[in-house]
Design a protein around this ligand. Sequence first.
Ligand code: 6PG
Length: 631
Amino acid sequence: MNSNKPLAIFIMGVSGVGKSTIGRLLSDQLSIPFFDGDDYHPEVNKQKMANGDPLNDNDRHDWLLNLNKLANEQTAHNSCIIACSALKESYRELLKVGIEVNVKWVLLHGSFDQVHQRIQQRKDHFMPVSLLQSQFDTIEDPVDALKINIRETPQKITTLIVNQLQKKSEFGLIGLGVMGKSLARNLASNNFKLSMFNRHVPKKEENIALQFSNEFTELSEAKPFDDLQAFVNSLQTPRKIMLMVNAGKPVDAVIENLIPLLSKGDVIIDGGNSHYKKTQARIDALESHDIYFIGAGVSGGEEGALKGPSIMPGGNQNAYKLVQPFLETIAAKNKDNDPCCTYIGNGGSGHFIKMVHNGIEYVEMQLLAEVYFILKSMGKNPDEIANILESWSTEANSYLLEITINILRKKEGNGWLIDAILDKSGNKGTGNWTTIATAELGIPSTLIPASLFARYLSAFKEERLQVYKTYAEQNSKFDIDISALLKGYQLARIVNHHQGFRLLSQASVSYNWNLNLSKIASIWTNGCIIRSTLIEELIDILKNDDIILLSDAIIPRVKLMKNSLNTVVSQCILGEIPIPCFSEAVNFLNGYKESYTSANLIQAQRDYFGAHTFQRVDDASGKFYHVNWES
Ligand code: 6PG
């Protein structure tokens, strides 16, 4: 069969719809073997049916395992066709174990009367007519099947199946920017039949998809389009279309153009950095068109997208099942070889998780920038700083540490490239969103705003130069104990991850997402920007504790490293070295570990000027009091 990978085509439907007839015709046409599932029933099942007793789930279990084994054996080297009623979703789950990416369902369906009439004309079939009703009662509509009405002729049905499976693509991708291109290559390398679309903008974006498909051998069978209707028509139904376009208006524009072209049950996946509230709104809007929308965070940059990103999909769980084989195949794999992609939860949860990933990313980047600046202030050159960071790799390894070492070693002429880069940092908005989200949910994830505002402050270059001229003093030689710096860095990272996951656990409660924090840590161990040995450790820690700073594994480390962090921060402050995230980590810890803070005074002040009331430490009922402060 002319397909990128061997397929297990299950022809399904109630008894009497003509599964075997179609299976055989298809087998002749595609020159692949046909197996009649009925032949794989244990004798006792056949006997039971012949006696007019319907089979129960238990009876079917071994039969389904037999068919799954058969499909696995066949697809190891060739495509095959299997006729099997596969009435329930749970049966189909069993049938596809190990062949999730190979399986194709074809549902033959008709009315009870149509099928009843046919079955009465049959000779030598062990299924008595009386069982037909029980099959109609049992069948659960498959979401991911090519559905064909049996009123068509067998030849027509066969042609429809061949057209769909051979000529149409399994997956569509819209938007061939950097990330879209890498994901397209990743999908094609994993043998998925792919259609790619890029818009046509005269003189700016012309024949992008076609040119791209000619650039890489793995794309030789991928279909390029710049006509949206033709692109949509090229896809197997229900269609799975991933958008890799810029977040914001472009996503809405593409959705608007797609809606009239799509059918009930199709799935759109937004793989960009969209805002989670927008994603929720798009899910709701598309629901009225019976179209599913999955908001999937994708992390890992260009290389991750190509070789395996971390993917965070959220939305309707049934819709996720339709796209699961694609997303989980192209995702990075963790240490246990499980995909760094899992269903996150409903609504905008996937994009929320990705947003918090980026918030944590901002802090991790800023902490490294602060370490770099401290070491630079000690007079060390980029190579020396890189060497120090490299010596930290055994204890504090992370992708961001690795790339920072490489960045610092990059030479330009006799110097280093890093020294030629203007100190104004940009951003695309996700740190801003996380800051707003943490404030909205009332969670003090204070390092994220600190890292965001450090970027904003850097952007005021000209103003900073004026302030520099006004206030800068000749600093005396700055020095710091490097092993204390490492400890301080590690503790600040723990605080960062504590705050990020605390934000996730609150969002889970507030939005009813039922997030599995340990699983989220696990899909962040590879493919994404914040992968690190610390995240790997968090998989187990988060199984028992949502609050990282209270976990038994972390407590001794915090106790061991706290003094170092305090020393680093106090020395930097005295040396007037900007360290917003290091110092915020200290302030957060100091506030968090205080049993009786200064908030009593805040409450008194609020009550004084605004009669906002306060609670008393000596009244456990929680009653609110107001006092006339001036009487
Ligand atoms: C990732 C990155 C990616 C991108 C962000 C960062 O996980 O692959 O987070 O999404 O780099 O856009 O954006 P800014 O730093 O520009 O805000």
